[in-house]
Design a protein. Structure first.
Length: 135
């Protein structure tokens, strides 16, 4: 059995697992996204833009990425996504937080890629988040 430790390696591995999982779920989200889902994810970006604290900003970011998995409309992916999210509460990921404006711009670009059903661009934009975790 794997036990998460409160160390940098496990936090990094957890971040990588989360984003690798999300990149896979993204393909199904692209297939199933509709106007209602776009509206929901846009409201999360709006909430992100109005964040007054780092905690609010990070909560909106988690909700954004969780929403992508929920859009996949696959109950097994959603449950795995919830499990990964639960690990984030056990082993908090400490990473540098970008300014609100930068995060909103990046997440808006992801929303536009989703709206256009542009899997390549959406994956590339989310990959930026993966790469940023390592810096």
């Amino acid at each position: 059995a794997f036990v998460l430790q409160q160390n940098g390696h496990d936090r990094q591995y957890l971040s990588e697992a989360r984003f690798a999982f999300e990149l896979g779920a993204l393909e199904f989200a692209i297939r199933r996204i509709d106007d209602g889902s776009i509206g929901e994810i846009e409201r999360i970006v709006d909430r992100m833009s109005k964040s007054d604290t780092t905690d609010e900003l990070l909560a909106a970011d988690r909700d954004f990425h969780k929403c992508i998995i929920e859009i996949s409309d696959n109950p097994i992916l959603i449950e795995f996504g919830n499990l990964i999210d639960d690990f984030f509460h056990v082993v908090p990921i400490k990473t540098a937080v970008k300014p609100v404006g930068v995060m909103v711009e990046e997440h808006t670009a992801i929303v536009n890629a989703l709206r256009n059903r542009d899997l390549y661009t959406a994956r590339k934009l989310i990959q930026v988040g993966i790469d940023d975790l390592g810096n």
